[in-house]
Design a protein around this ligand. Structure first.
Ligand SMILES: Cc1cc2nc3c(=O)[nH]c(=O)nc-3n(C[C@H](O)[C@H](O)[C@H](O)COP(=O)(O)OP(=O)(O)OC[C@H]3O[C@@H](n4cnc5c(N)ncnc54)[C@H](O)[C@@H]3O)c2cc1C
Length: 354
């Protein structure tokens, strides 16, 4: 049995930052994740995509954000159970919990934090009957490493931010980029829509709007896609391609967490927003993409804030009656550092723990 103060389900950015916030309060954490590596969506779906809305980082690759989070939580020595899915939640008589994974590993803690994000990542797939035959043989639903597409002919389908951002990015990497969207208007950020239109004018992106990829073909691997235009006069266009990347978003699947008696709304866990992000089960919190409340924004930033607030309340459950005084992470002073970043970090952490 693995014992800890806070058991975190999900080692995405939210779960990882929880370790830091809990660490400041001298609370120990253990994380469970179904994936073999930490980082959630950032590592699994878009490690090489730049993120622009992390405060103080004008631009950071998703993979680097995860590396930085791992570095930031190092002093707090969290435990990890990776590659195992949290399957059951059993409340004990004393109010604590036992969580068992699909591989039978048991974890015990007074507080459970669900930071399960989208649950399992299920890409929405286009209705093309033989598409499964070409998965990873030219058809990809996520772009993990854009270098895979260097000098390749690529067709991207979709009308949201992912489709636009990747079409813009790959315009400088692939030999040909075509973007296919069912409508004339895109749902993405205005800036991205304008950038894609500009690249289309320069001939760096071929835009096919009011059109849909309806068929794909190839021998051993994909080599052609058929685009059907809404305008019957235009009929169909067949493009020779190396890769077809449908980016239609992810369908959220809560998985086993959905059967734990939690209040669920639209595939997300309802929480007590204004207060502490606690669920309808006392002692079980839900933070990050997995929760819902009025005004919720599914952003990394929101998960970080929710982690900080939630930890204050977890502290009170774990240390009943004990008064907690909030301090800034610089309490104890940064004077006396010898200039080395590592030493400085160590001293800050020691002063926090003191
Ligand atoms: C293409 C794309 C681009 C994006 N760009 C941005 C951006 O620029 N800025 C921004 O702020 N946000 C962006 N986002 C959203 C951002 O990635 C999410 O808000 C963020 O990942 C949420 O973090 P999280 O830790 O709450 O959940 P996740 O990252 O989803 O991590 C949850 C983890 O929980 C695990 N898990 C779930 N259920 C279980 C279980 N039962 N047992 C064990 N493990 C479980 C999953 O395996 C996963 O690793 C983007 C998302 C996508 C898809």
């Amino acid at each position: 049995m693995i014992k800890t103060d806070i058991l975190i389900i999900g080692a995405g950015p939210t779960g990882l930052f929880t370790v830091f916030e809990a660490g400041l309060l001298k609370l120990k954490c253990h994380l469970i994740d179904a994936l073999p590596q930490p980082g959630g969506q950032c590592s699994e779906i878009y490690p090489k995509k730049p993120i622009y809305d992390i405060p103080a980082f004008p631009e950071i690759l998703a993979g680097h954000l995860v590396d930085n989070l791992m570095e930031q939580i190092k002093p707090f020595e969290a435990g990890f159970t990776l590659g195992e899915r949290a399957e059951t939640l059993d409340k004990q008589e004393d109010g604590s919990f036992i969580i068992t994974t699909n591989k039978g590993t048991k974890h015990h803690a007074p507080v459970v934090v669900i930071a399960g994000g989208l649950g399992s990542f299920e890409p929405r797939k286009p209705l093309i009957p033989n598409i499964v035959n070409f998965e990873d043989k030219g058809v990809n639903y996520f772009i993990k490493d854009p270098e895979v597409y260097r000098n390749k002919k690529v067709v991207i389908a979709g009308g949201g931010d992912s489709a636009l951002d990747w079409a813009i990015f790959l315009a400088d990497v692939a030999s040909e980029v075509s973007l296919v969207h069912r409508r004339n208007e895109f749902r993405g950020a205005l800036d991205s829509v304008e950038k894609a239109a500009e690249l289309a004018k320069l001939g760096k992106i071929q835009l096919y709007t009011e059109a849909e990829v309806v068929a794909i073909s190839g021998e051993e691997k994909l080599n052609a896609v058929t685009i059907k235009h809404n305008d019957q006069e235009k009929g169909e266009t067949i493009l020779e391609v190396d890769n077809f990347i449908p980016l239609f978003g992810l369908s959220p699947k809560l998985g086993p967490i959905g059967d734990w008696g939690l209040e669920i709304e639209k595939n997300a866990i309802k929480v007590n927003n204004a207060k502490d992000y606690q669920t309808n089960i006392p002692g079980v919190f839900a933070i990050g993409d997995v929760n819902t409340y009025e005004g919720k924004l599914k952003l990394i930033l929101s998960g970080f804030h929710e982690a900080a607030v939630m930890c204050q309340f977890a502290y009170q459950i774990i240390n009943p009656g004990k008064r907690y005084v909030m301090k800034y992470t610089t309490v104890g002073g940064v004077e006396g550092f010898d200039g080395s970043k590592k030493e400085a970090k160590k001293e800050v952490v020691q002063s926090i723990l003191a």
